[in-house]
Design a binder for this molecule. Structure first.
Ligand code: VAH
Length: 315
């Protein structure tokens, strides 16, 4: 992995992964690409940035050719709640966009990282210790697009030898970018509201368990899977990676250790509650630990301390 293209580089994962990759590979070796017409200053200052529409294959080819890209981190996607309000757009970006990336990877011999999600599981899937290999019948267009993505990536590996790899992310928590239309966004908003207003109105029920992960661990997983020895990885698309099973109540208790007067109340969003109820409480990630050494660094209180400190400092 020497020359990397990151699509969706201005998103929640992309913005932090781009920074980490530039620290690892050098700023000129990581090309950030986003759909936004006005690139963010921090991307312009720290390396190449280009506007990119993943549904226009020629724009992907142009960047891969110009920079002699050997690895594509394909993060451009519409998240669950937004996609559920516009399923055709969700499919067009999440699947048609991935097909374009895979075709370019096949033609230019690039490796491809595509994130999957706990969203690939549905009501029939075991919710506790969700196995690596189990039934995947998601009820959201986001989940259907992610299952399709896993199968497409495995197909391009088997049929064409494209080096495709991916992980199934839990809900991700970070402070560097605002939430982007996901079901798990509450776990980001709660920290910002705790620091700013000492109170938060949550759209999920207090006892709603979700598999959640701190962004530094998600970035670590994305880099470790792509630098793993290809001889040791057998599951490829995509590995369960897990770290914490949390509820709004549990996160609230952790926040109150630092902000004792923080309070939470609830105004349930039926759409996102239904999506959350169809997802696992916690995935089982033994296979990722065995095949490429996956291991999260952050627990809940360490994440809470880091989130509150950084949000407070940026105010
Ligand atoms: C979402 N944050 O809520 C994303 C993620 C597992 C959830 O895919 O849609």
């Amino acid at each position: 992995m020497k020359k990397v293209l990151v699509t969706g580089a201005t998103g929640q994962i992309g913005s932090e992964l781009t920074t980490a990759l530039r620290e690892k590979l050098g700023m000129e070796n990581v090309i950030a690409a986003g759909h936004k017409k006005t690139p963010e200053q921090r991307f312009i200052d720290s390396g190449p940035f280009h506007c990119l529409d993943v549904n226009r294959i020629e724009t992907i080819a142009a960047l891969v050719e110009r920079y002699k890209v050997d690895t594509i981190y394909h993060l451009a996607a519409i998240l669950s709640a937004t996609a559920e309000k516009n399923p055709q757009l969700g499919w067009h970006i999440n699947v048609d966009g991935l097909c374009n990336v895979l075709e370019i990877a096949r033609e230019y011999k690039c490796a491809v990282f595509t994130p999957s999600s706990i969203g690939v599981f549905g009501a029939e899937t075991p919710k506790d210790n969700t196995p690596q290999d189990t039934i995947q019948r998601p009820s959201t267009i986001y989940g259907i697009s992610k299952v399709t993505g896993e199968l497409l990536c495995d197909y391009y590996f088997t049929k064409y030898g494209v080096d495709t790899r991916g992980v199934r992310y839990p809900g991700l928590i970070s402070y560097k970018t605002p939430p982007g239309g996901g079901t798990t966004d509450y776990a980001v908003e709660i920290y910002f509201e705790a620091v700013k207003n000492r109170k938060y109105t949550c759209y999920l029920k207090p006892e709603t368990y979700l598999d959640l992960m701190y962004m530094p661990d998600a970035v670590k997983a994305a880099i470790d899977i792509m630098t793993a020895d290809p001889e040791t990885i057998r599951h490829r698309n995509a590995y369960n990676v897990s770290s914490m099973s949390l509820t709004p109540e549990i996160i609230t208790a952790s926040i109150k250790k630092i902000i004792p007067d923080f309070s939470i109340d609830y105004k349930i969003d039926p759409l996102r509650q239904a999506i959350a109820d169809s997802w696992p409480n916690k995935m089982e990630d033994r296979v990722a630990r065995e095949e490429w050494g996956w291991m999260p660094d952050y627990d809940l209180d360490a994440m809470t301390e880091d989130m509150i400190r950084n949000i407070s400092q940026s105010r």
